[in-house]
Design a protein around this ligand. Structure first.
Ligand code: ME8
Length: 642
């Protein structure tokens, strides 16, 4: 029976243009669709845009647009970016589409009729950035912990979804389906929320008087639907819930892809909403980490975004797809830098793969007039070993992709590429040619060409332009959606004798790092040398605001052996800091001491406390206890180190 596969990306907010964080999730979805199609599965891929809610109204207003104009423009920008990147989505849903609004209305009515939506008064702290209310315990100094912006207190009558009613069911479902949310760390995150407390019911409406840009509630025209309740439904409205053939075919095999920012709506709101509406849960929620730049998450609000189309123009589409899939361990954060992109291109693509193809094509040209030579069974030239290695690599490549460990899967395939490079070194075709042993030479070159064909097919979901070029140059079969294809690859019967191969030129041009260096001014060169030597500029030092502060209060943090919570007067303001000195100092000793504080360190959440700054202590050996740098009482509070 034919297997089906359904992959979705989040539908992206249309409050700013797409960046490489969005591109990553979308590339993974496109890769998975192509990979499953390659093996003959019926694969479907959905993406789209999330267009309702306060966030969008605010973005439109600050661009002097109406929400309609603004959402049309940015949604089109997302779609065009994916088209420019050769992303083969099957459908692009917009939450402003009628087909979507109709299904949201139907589901709301169904859940309401079942008695799972009620009306009540509610007061809470709201963050527009997150489009959600925050519980008292999650608020840090009146601010949203993610956006670090003040929350707005809103009190109003609203409709609520009885999420808590499905809490026990969800815990059981997750326990019975250990892969439901993966990797495991995110399953544990969801389970810990579900087990720690009774879930608060979900506020699913906004009064029209405050927000009109949304889908009206079918049972009360004075309200519109909360943006998350609306948005999550896209995954089924797009495939024609409830009756469409597509819904029946794809929903049972649905794979959602998201980053860790939206685990709660997908891991808790969505399955309970589905349960309340009498719909089976999705198959898997697959959660990846963030792409960071210099340790900070890339995001529209932080303004440190990299545009995917700029990158592709500079490095090539296949190169960037390869980089993303190879560089990130799915589930963990990764750091983006152009240096890392350059290294992947130069080492993996240009050296390992590009050279293999180039050398083999050159030898075919030189020894066989660019025609595919026959395999000579009297002189197999290590064909069985090559095939064994290929079989093993394909098995591992597929297994790791199924487990969403793309970087490991690709590395396994690279193991085979390196093995084939070594095969050339071990078999020395140039020496065999010199001896005039043409039957052996013919087998060696044929084994190499067949290996390259197999590699090109296996890489076709990643290198979407270059793989077909290699297949064409070899005149190999172009079937990319055949459930027997992987078995065919390990027969080495794919190429036709005597067919002429085409010249491919250089598949992956090396990125000249020297050239980039050459563009640097002498001053910049000097700076990078100093950086390499671990030296910093005086201007780097000047960035650190070290000042004298006085400890006002000190307390041990329960459950921690090492940490103390300190209140300090830093001259500018009083600060809370968490310091790892509990083993060396009693809290009473510290009160009244003057110390040095790094005042402009980004705040961090430690043991549920917001620690804003760091005190300076010193130790000689790694395992020594830190000794506080105490300051003479003559130096005033707030004095800066310079
Ligand atoms: O949350 N690293 O939309 P959104 C990796 N509309 N991935 C990143 C990223 C980064 N630095 N930044 C963004 C929304 N992403 C809602 C979703 S779904 C029913 C509604 C990717 O525009 C990643 O996939 O904020 C993340 O989950 C998503 O963009 C958030 O996109």
């Amino acid at each position: 029976m034919e297997k089906n596969f359904y992959v979705t990306t989040p539908i992206y907010y249309v409050n700013a243009e797409p960046h490489i964080g969005h591109a990553y999730t979308t590339i993974v979805a496109d890769f998975l669709k192509r990979f499953h199609k390659l093996t003959g599965e019926d694969s479907y891929f959905l993406t789209g845009t999330d267009e309702h809610g306060n966030k969008i109204v605010e973005a439109a207003a600050s661009n002097n647009s109406t929400p309609e104009e603004y959402t049309n423009k940015i949604s089109q920008m997302f779609k065009q970016t994916w088209i420019d990147m050769d992303i083969h989505f099957d459908d692009f849903i917009r939450t402003t589409d009628d087909r979507h609004k109709n299904i949201v209305t139907q589901i709301l009515q169904k859940v309401y009729d079942n008695g799972d939506i009620y009306f009540a008064s509610y007061g809470g702290h709201y963050c527009v950035g997150c489009e959600r209310f925050f519980a008292e315990k999650d608020i840090i100094e009146g601010k949203c912990p993610d956006h670090d912006k003040p929350l707005e207190f809103i009190e109003e009558n609203n409709y609520f979804f009885k999420m808590s009613k499905y809490q026990d069911w969800l815990i059981e479902h997750i326990n019975n389906n250990p892969d439901f949310i993966r990797p495991e760390r995110y399953k544990n995150e969801v389970l810990s929320i579900l087990r720690s407390d009774v879930l608060e019911d979900l506020c699913i409406s906004r009064p029209r008087a405050r927000l009109s840009w949304g889908i009206p509630l079918p049972f009360d025209e004075n309200y519109v639907t909360y943006v998350w309740f609306d948005a999550l439904i896209n995954y089924i409205s797009a495939i024609g819930y409830p009756d469409d053939e597509k819904f029946k075919r794809y929903w049972p095999v649905s794979q959602h892809l998201i980053a860790k920012d939206i685990v709660k709506p997908h891991g808790i709101f969505w399955p309970t909403m589905l349960k309340a509406a009498g719909i089976a849960p999705y198959q898997n929620l697959n959660v990846h980490g963030y792409w960071n730049i210099d340790e900070t998450k890339m995001s529209k609000s932080l303004g440190n975004v990299v545009r995917p189309t700029d990158l592709i123009e500079k490095y090539g589409n296949d190169q960037i797809r390869y980089f993303f899939l190879r560089e990130m361990t799915f589930g963990l954060d990764a750091t983006f830098s152009e240096e890392a992109v350059t290294n992947r291109i130069n080492y993996d693509l240009a050296n390992d793969l590009g050279n293999l193809v180039k050398r083999t094509f050159n030898m075919t040209d030189k020894y066989f007039e660019a025609k595919i030579p026959p395999f000579n069974s009297q002189n197999p030239a290590g064909r069985d070993e090559l095939l064994e290695r290929l079989k093993e690599s394909i098995k591992e490549y597929c297994e790791f992709i199924e487990k969403f460990q793309f970087n490991v899967g690709i590395e396994k395939l690279w193991g085979f590429i390196r093995y084939v490079n070594k095969y050339i070194e071990d078999n020395k075709p140039w020496a065999v040619a010199k001896e005039g042993n043409m039957p052996l030479l013919s087998s060696i070159i044929r084994n190499l060409l067949e290996s390259i064909y197999s590699i090109a097919v296996l890489l076709s979901p990643i290198c979407i332009n270059i793989s077909p070029m290699v297949v064409d140059a070899l005149n190999g079969p172009k079937v990319y959606d055949n459930n027997g294809i992987l078995d065919n690859l390990v027969l080495f019967h794919n190429l036709k004798e005597d067919t002429k191969i085409a010249d491919l030129g250089i598949l992956f041009p090396r990125i000249e790092i020297e050239k980039q260096d050459a563009k640097k001014t002498p001053e910049k060169k000097e700076r990078s040398k100093a950086e390499n030597d671990g030296l910093i500029d005086i201007s780097d030092f000047a960035k650190i605001d070290i000042r004298v502060a006085k400890i006002l209060k000190a307390e041990k943090i329960e459950d921690s052996e090492k940490l103390l919570e300190l209140q300090v007067d830093a001259g500018i303001e009083n600060r809370t800091i968490v310091a790892g000195i509990a083993k060396s100092y009693l809290p009473e000793y510290l009160v009244g001491k003057k110390i040095l504080l790094v005042a402009n360190l980004k705040p961090a959440k430690i043991f549920k406390r917001k620690s804003h700054g760091m005190l300076l202590a010193a130790k000689k050996e790694k395992n020594d206890e830190p000794v506080l740098i105490e300051i003479d009482d003559k130096i005033p509070i707030g004095a800066k180190l310079s």
